[in-house]
Design a protein around this ligand. Structure first.
Ligand SMILES: CC(=O)SCCNC(=O)CCNC(=O)[C@H](O)C(C)(C)COP(=O)(O)OP(=O)(O)OC[C@H]1O[C@@H](n2cnc3c(N)ncnc32)[C@H](O)[C@@H]1OP(=O)(O)O
Length: 432
């Protein structure tokens, strides 16, 4: 079957990577193959982008990090994936090179023939060869990525805050100024992204490229769903330094008894509790609005902690970042540990054999090392579960209680679990 737009031209160059019989996997040319890549993406995700919307979007996939699968028969592109070159904050504050897996799509005509598996195998291999110890993604469906060693490493909350939601007082909040302005990328993008980037939280990826930044802050008229144009609230201290922001749009609505609008927050970040209190205090008190949809928040975001009445806030949680340790030694030595740690992990990894086997992990708050060892294992686990625990979200004790970590040395599980903990819950508040 040929896709609607007949984009079967073979622009891509690059090496051939293993693929199932009848197909070949190749590096794509993000310029010449662009229309074909978009076409497969639209087939995979069941949407059509009108040309006038397309004009407003930057193409974010990166040269040298975009791969697809073509049929041998006619060279039609039928599967794609990309990988963003991110730096992901990990416990202890370092930022480690992380391949952000994205745009994974297989044309429905070619699904369930192993194309995604071929692409994931290539992606993990190429990530390792580039020296990136981690990969991360947002999963379209949760059942897809565990088989490739990705673990559910973070959860995020979304809340619907009724108008007038009462937040606890925070010293210093009243002294901060909150400006409400029309969002203007020229004026506000740098401010917003500087605040976003200054947040110190595991998993808190900030978009690296101009294209990703532009798309994240874009305000596409056709996607507003009846809401106003984008606004921004910026919280500044007495010296004028930005401490928090939220991009948002109000959607007016009147029910039979009066105003019932909704404030939709798209992206927000705050550098301290006073700034968060000042920001959300304004957002929950906008005239004619009945509620605020918060967008994605870390599960321990200050606004949730400041709620006097959590029941009224209708908090929902869902999986957030999925993380895959691609290089056990690099990833484990690259983060810090909340408590002294000296443990031998036996790791199972079917896709990246270099990770499999026993690793002596020693570390603490200031240093860490991970080296191969012949010593007996204290804990046995799959790379998927080590990856789930990596950012300090799901605990090793919880994974052990579920039967996913085997404890061979009594006490080792609790000790490792305490050391892997993060003071702040991991989260990323935008989808890539
Ligand atoms: C990071 C991101 O980009 S998330 C976006 C993922 N993309 C989408 O959801 C778009 C729509 N879906 C698709 O394009 C495809 O169905 C994909 C990419 C999810 C899977 O592609 P396929 O080529 O069909 O997968 P493939 O044949 O390699 O299957 C690999 C395994 O995953 C399983 N699998 C594939 N898709 C799913 C799914 N949606 N739910 C559960 N299991 C799945 C297969 O059953 C198979 O299992 P097995 O290894 O036990 O045999």
């Amino acid at each position: 079957m040929t896709s609607d737009t007949s984009t079967a031209t073979e622009a891509s160059t690059g090496p051939v990577i293993p693929a199932p019989d009848g197909y070949r996997q190749v590096e794509l040319d993000v310029e010449a193959d662009r229309d074909a890549i978009r076409d497969v993406d639209e087939w995979g995700f069941a949407f059509t982008t009108p040309p006038e919307v397309l004009e407003q979007l930057a193409f974010p996939l990166e040269a040298g990090r975009t791969v697809g699968i073509r049929t041998d028969a006619d060279g039609e592109l039928v599967a794609v994936h990309g990988s963003y070159a991110f730096e992901m904050p990990v416990p202890g504050g370092a930022r480690l090179p992380t391949a952000g897996l994205t745009w994974v799509a297989v044309h429905p005509q070619h699904r369930r023939r192993g194309l995604a598996r071929a692409m994931l195998t290539a992606h993990l291999r190429r990530t390792r060869e580039r020296g990136e110890p981690l990969s991360a993604l947002f999963a379209a469906e949760e059942a897809i990525y565990g088989r490739y060693g990705y673990g559910r490493a973070a959860f995020a909350a979304r809340a619907t805050l009724p108008r007038g939601t009462v937040l606890r007082d925070v010293p210093g909040a009243d002294a901060l100024r909150v400006n409400l302005e029309r969002f203007d990328a020229e004026r506000h993008a740098a401010v917003a992204l500087a605040v976003h980037d200054a947040v110190d939280r595991p998993g808190w990826i900030t978009p690296t490229t101009d294209a990703l930044r532009a798309n994240l802050l874009s305000d596409i008229a056709q996607w507003r769903d009846g809401a106003e144009t984008r606004r921004i609230a910026v919280v500044r201290d007495a010296a004028g330094s930005p401490r928090a922001f939220a991009t948002f749009a109000r959607k007016e609505h009147w029910d039979e008894v009066g105003p019932a609008g909704t404030v939709r927050v798209k992206l927000s970040a705050a550098l301290d509790g006073a700034a968060a209190r000042a920001l959300w205090g304004v957002l929950v008190d906008l005239d004619l609005m009945a509620q605020v949809e918060t967008g994605m928040l870390a599960t321990d975001d200050p606004v949730l902690t400041l709620l006097v009445n959590t029941r009224a806030a209708k908090v929902r949680t869902a999986d957030n970042l999925w993380v895959r340790i691609v290089d056990v030694a690099g990833a484990l030595a690259g983060r810090r540990y909340a408590a002294p740690l000296d443990v031998v992990l036996e790791v199972r990894d079917d896709l990246l054999g270099e990770n499999a086997g026993r690793w002596a992990l020693r570390g603490g708050p200031d240093a860490a090392s991970a080296e191969r060892t012949d010593a007996a294992a204290d804990l046995v686990l799959d790379v998927r579960d080590l990856s789930a625990a990596y950012l300090g979200g799901p605990t090793l004790v919880a994974l052990g209680a579920a039967g996913l970590v085997q404890e061979l040395t009594p006490g080792a599980l609790a000790a490792a679990s305490a050391a892997f903990a993060s003071p702040l819950a991991p989260a990323c508040n935008w989808v890539f």
